[in-house]
Design a protein around this ligand. Structure first.
Ligand SMILES: [Zn+2]
Length: 270
């Protein structure tokens, strides 16, 4: 009887042990699945590579001041340098909108843009652009531009391109038609006179919802060849709508994996 009992007891312990192991395995599996789902939502590695030209959209380079409203638009100089180094390492060539218009493009083109004309574009971004021999296009709201004419001319001599971002950075849908027309027309004239060059590109303040067909037509009538919004994505060739070019927003908290996914797949997050 004793022997039987012992054997029986051992079997029971083994059963419990296996049961615990099984439970642990299931928990691990569930954890792995949940982690994979979370990872794939944050980093869209599973998207197909998208063809087309990436237009990177930056705003401010440096550390966001405490009172800054849109902190995600601030990319540190360290990250910006890392991103430029990534482009260089992967044989990417920066082009201007003028080159896009002429249609002669290198193998791996990218257009680097900055909105709002903040001084940090000159103090922080420009030295890094020079370091990597990259061109860029800066969109300036002529009456709210922090960069001086001397600074603009210095960057122009180096090869940077400038576009209009209106005069006073309004939401073009929230002002009258005649005011919108003036914002679009006058800013172009001011830039052309100040910089003694043709201005061929415009960017809509507040991007996505802040323009419509009428505004697009006004931009076209003013003589611009292209206009950028903030809709996420790459520009596929041939371009079907010159006045609604998509861009790739670079967030301040993006890491280099986000940057790579953004360039290849047109977005890095859901
Ligand atoms: Zn803006």
């Amino acid at each position: 009887m004793e022997v039987k009992k012992k054997i029986f007891g051992k079997k029971k312990t083994e059963k419990i042990y296996y049961h615990r192991e099984e439970k642990r395995m299931y928990l691990l599996l569930i954890f792995t699945i949940l982690w994979s789902i979370a990872f794939s939502c944050r980093w869209n590695w599973w998207r197909r590579n998208k063809p087309g030209i990436p237009i990177l959209m930056y705003h401010y380079i440096g550390f966001a001041p405490k009172e800054a409203q849109n902190k995600k638009l601030w990319v540190s100089a360290k990250k910006f340098r890392q991103q430029m180094a990534y482009l260089k390492k992967h044989g990417v060539t920066s082009v201007t909108f003028k080159e896009l218009k002429n249609g002669v493009l290198p193998d791996k083109p990218v257009i680097i843009t900055f909105d709002d004309g903040r001084e940090n574009n000159y103090t922080e971004a420009f030295p890094i652009l020079k370091e990597y021999n990259f061109k860029a296009c800066m969109f300036l709201p002529t009456q709210k531009c922090e960069i001086s004419i001397e600074q603009l001319k210095e960057m122009q001599i180096y090869g940077l391109e400038f576009g209009s971002h209106t005069k006073t950075h309004p939401n073009l849908l929230k002002i009258s038609e005649s005011q919108a027309k003036e914002e679009i027309d006058i800013s172009r004239k001011e830039l052309e006179e100040g910089l003694n060059t043709r201005i061929i590109v415009f960017s809509y303040p507040y991007g996505a919802g802040a323009y419509n067909e009428k505004i697009k037509q006004m931009v076209k009538d003013a003589g611009y060849s292209f206009a950028c919004g903030i809709k996420q994505g790459k520009v596929t060739l041939p371009i079907t709508d010159n006045y609604s070019l998509r861009r790739l927003l670079v967030h301040g908290n993006d890491n280099i994996f986000d940057f790579m996914l953004n360039l290849k797949k047109g977005r890095s997050r859901l």
